[in-house]
Design a binder for this molecule. Structure first.
Ligand code: C2E
Ligand code: MG
Ligand code: MG
Length: 732
């Protein structure tokens, strides 16, 4: 056998090896001589034979070099041992693998010795504590090879060893560094077995599971053994072609599938798959992300975006959308389509008297009834508050819409029994018909709304079809709104003042600030027309602020005993910050808060009563007074008088007008005066127009009043003049 050395053994060893190799060659030559001598005999022959031998030697050296080169390009480490376990030959890779022991490798050295030294130095962690035993086992493996085995080195690397005996009793050993492979295996195990995401490995050809991690087992409710008996399609609820496609691709594929678990639940999952080799088999790795809950949440969110939470009816968004579709379909097929806008009558009363939870229950019941009379292909919706709508997607005649509207009114108006309360509400309906009243959803809805508005103002519990003239009115209203906005912005709105008079002395004790809007084309627009408009459009905040500022500033110019009354709208309590506005107006003008009266109506107290009462107390803490305006109209609930200690009650002018002629009215006025004196509140009578009114009120003991008999509201300049005259009269 050819013997050699490796470069790694250093110069000294190399020299030893070279010498050794030379001696072997010499020996081989001698052998040749001995073999050749008897055959050829004589000098010439000998010479010839020597040449043959030299050639053989040269050949042997070349063959040896080739073998060495071949060994060096092997990716594995290789070692040759002789029949006594001594090193004969090894390649660089082998020396690299055992780099800690490489200094020990020498031709002729016994592997057992290097092993022992290595064990002594702790190069083999597995030998720790059982050194001799381990060495014995290792040598046993060396001489009785039973297939590949692994060996761990102290630096953490793992070496695969494979050994084979040679015919002359030596050993050829192969070494492969499988550290990265092992690490990859370990991380795969970590990523697979311990992954919280359910994972499977699927045989590419049979589609049966060949591995399943713990998460897959618990998620699907099977044991590992059970799973390994299943095929992928056993989990599927629906057959999905795409999953089969996945098997043909090397890229990561993502599909959404429905799977069933062992207990029969259906889950929706996104499955990521990728081809790989698994223990030598063609396989697919599947990772399953369960999106069931996410899908359910998404469905819920989508539902909520298009439905009203209280009644679960479609909301305005969905209604609008469906209406668009229905109108487009109608445009193709002809016929009529329609929108019914439904508003409940007296719903607010239920809410105010029985509370919001009861109001909510009622709305649910109403929704239910409206739904019941709506055909399958039509749509009932809740547009907000107590406003509902029905979309009739196709109808032969507008008359059908009238019949439906009447059905809705009748059904909704039936009494309700809710938590032991018998309740009734009515319904007013506005109807707009396509194509006559508009062909797009917005227009049709707006027109149905206008018709509803008309129905409401004409007496409720009826239905009204839209008419062009309603639109004209609405447009006029929009025009006023635009004008009002401009008038507020440019300061065209004026504040006039109507005197409040001490009835016994005819002395002016104060003025009520009243808004006046001189309109370029409409003359003076009365506040009863534009204040509600300002309330609806939100302009009231600006308007209310303006009055407070202007009136306080004007009142500063009046004698100190003359008071100022300013009206506050309920809307100013709902939006805007009345308290801050009042305080600002007082500070800006320097008016003594004791001179300011704020007039509110009962309707201020209808909504968010606690919030409003807190506001009223805060205002009073500023030193201003609070009056109850227009008493006797509206609900006139006595509980309002109890809920806040008003300073003043203003008897509505509708009572004063009737007073001299109507016995019943007199009784009411008398009762109000009695009530007020019992509650320590002052009384002012509004709308005194005649001497008779005045006489009657004075006789009943009313101390203060206002009305055209004394004066109507006048601009500040006239007020100053009036006050001066008053003064002069008093002085005179
Ligand atoms: P109000 O607060 O009850 O004001 C009294 C209304 O009665 C005033 O009507 C006044 O001109 C009218 N009036 C006074 N004496 C007589 C009379 O002898 N006979 C008749 N027939 N009417 C009389 P005006 O100015 O048209 O105001 C109407 C309503 O508009 C006010 O009723 C008040 O609710 C509201 N308003 C007026 N100015 C303001 C304001 O600055 N802010 C708010 N929020 N509302 C205001
Ligand atoms: Mg008033
Ligand atoms: Mg009034």
């Amino acid at each position: 056998m050819a013997k050699s050395f490796t470069k790694a053994n250093g110069g000294k060893h190399r020299r030893a090896a070279v010498d050794y190799a030379r001696s072997l060659l010499e020996r081989a030559k001698d052998r040749c001589w001995t073999m050749l001598d008897p055959l050829h005999g004589g000098g010439a022959k000998v010479k010839n034979a020597r040449a043959v031998a030299d050639a053989a030697i040269a050949n042997a050296a070349t063959a040896h070099e080739r073998l060495r080169a071949a060994l060096e390009i092997l990716p594995q480490g290789i070692v040759f041992l002789d029949n006594e376990g001594r090193y004969i030959l090894w390649n660089q890779k082998y020396a690299d693998i055992y780099k800690r022991s490489a200094d020990l490798f020498k031709v002729g050295v016994r592997l057992e010795d290097t092993l022992r030294i290595g064990v002594g130095r702790g190069d083999y962690p597995e030998a720790k504590g059982r050194e001799e035993e381990w060495i014995k086992e290792r040598l046993d493996q060396l001489y009785n090879p039973r297939g590949p085995h692994e060996q761990n080195l102290s630096d953490g690397r793992c070496i695969l060893i494979e050994e084979r005996k040679t015919s002359d009793g030596g050993v050829i050993g192969l070494r492969m560094d499988i550290t990265t492979l092992k690490q990859r295996e370990a991380s795969f195990r970590l990523l697979f077995d311990d992954n919280p995401v359910p994972m499977f490995v699927l045989h590419r050809d049979t589609q049966s599971f060949i591995a399943a991690n713990a998460a897959a087992q618990s998620h699907y409710g099977y044991t590992r053994d059970q799973l390994l008996k299943l095929k992928l399609h056993d989990l599927r609820v629906e057959h999905d072609e795409r999953v089969d496609d996945v098997a043909c691709s090397h890229e990561t594929e993502v599909v959404t599938v429905k799977h069933s678990t062992r207990d029969g639940r259906t889950i929706e999952a996104v499955v990521f798959s990728r081809q790989l080799e698994y223990e030598g088999d063609p396989a697919i790795l599947l990772a399953v992300v369960d999106i069931t809950e996410r899908k359910q949440a998404e469905a819920r969110i989508a539902f909520m975006a298009h439905h009203d939470a209280l009644t679960e009816l479609p909301n305005r968004v969905l209604f609008r959308q469906r209406m668009g579709d229905a109108l487009a379909a109608r445009a193709r097929s002809g016929g009529f389509a329609g929108a019914l806008c439904i508003d409940l009558d007296n719903f607010k009363l239920v809410n105010d008297t029985l509370g919001h939870p009861m109001g909510d229950r009622l709305l649910q019941e109403v929704a239910h009834r409206i739904q019941r009379v709506t055909r399958q292909r039509d749509m009932a919706a809740r547009l907000g508050g107590d406003e509902f709508a029905i979309l009739v997607s196709e109808s032969k005649t507008p008359q059908e819409l009238a019949i439906l509207a009447q059905r809705v009114i009748d059904t909704v108006s039936e009494p309700y029994m809710i938590e032991g309360h018998a309740l009734t509400v009515g319904a007013t309906i506005g109807i707009a018909v396509a194509p006559t009243d508009g062909e797009d959803a917005d227009r049709l809805l707006r027109n149905a709304d206008l018709a509803l508005y008309r129905g409401k103002s004409e007496g409720k519990s009826t239905f009204r079809f839209f008419e062009q003239e309603m639109d004209a009115k609405a447009q006029a209203r929009r025009q006023i709104e635009t004008d009002l906005r401009a008038a507020i912005a440019t300061g065209k709105i004026e504040v006039h003042y109507q005197p409040l008079v001490e009835l016994s002395t005819n002395e002016v004790v104060g003025f009520e600030a009243l808004l006046r809007w001189p309109h370029p084309t409409r003359g003076f627009v009365p506040p009863s027309e534009f204040v509600p408009l300002a309330e609806e459009t939100g302009l009231i905040t600006a308007l209310g602020n303006f009055v407070l500022k202007r009136a306080c500033a004007d009142a500063i110019e009046w004698p100190e005993h003359v008071k100022l009354a300013v009206n506050l709208s309920p809307m100013q309590f709902r939006v805007g910050n009345v308290y801050a506005n009042v305080k600002d107006a007082l500070t800006a003008s320097g008016l003594d808060p004791a001179r300011l009266d704020l007039e509110i109506t009962e309707s201020v107290l209808l909504d968010r009563t606690d919030h409003v009462i807190a506001h009223l107390h805060a205002l009073r803490a500023l030193g201003v007074r609070i009056s109850m305006d227009d008493f006797g109209t509206g609900y006139s609930s006595l509980s309002y008088l109890r809920s806040f200690p008003f300073d003043k009650i203003k008897i509505d002018r509708s009572f004063v007008r009737d007073l001299p002629s109507n016995r019943h009215t007199l009784a009411i006025v008398r009762a109000i005066l009695g009530l007020a004196s019992g509650l320590d509140m002052k009384v002012v009578a509004e709308g005194i127009e005649t001497q008779a009114d005045l006489a009657c009120l004075a006789a009943e003991g009313c101390k203060e009043g206002q009305g055209f008999l004394f004066s109507e509201a006048r601009p500040q300049a006239e007020v100053i003049k009036l006050l001066n005259e008053n003064q002069r009269r008093h002085v005179a």
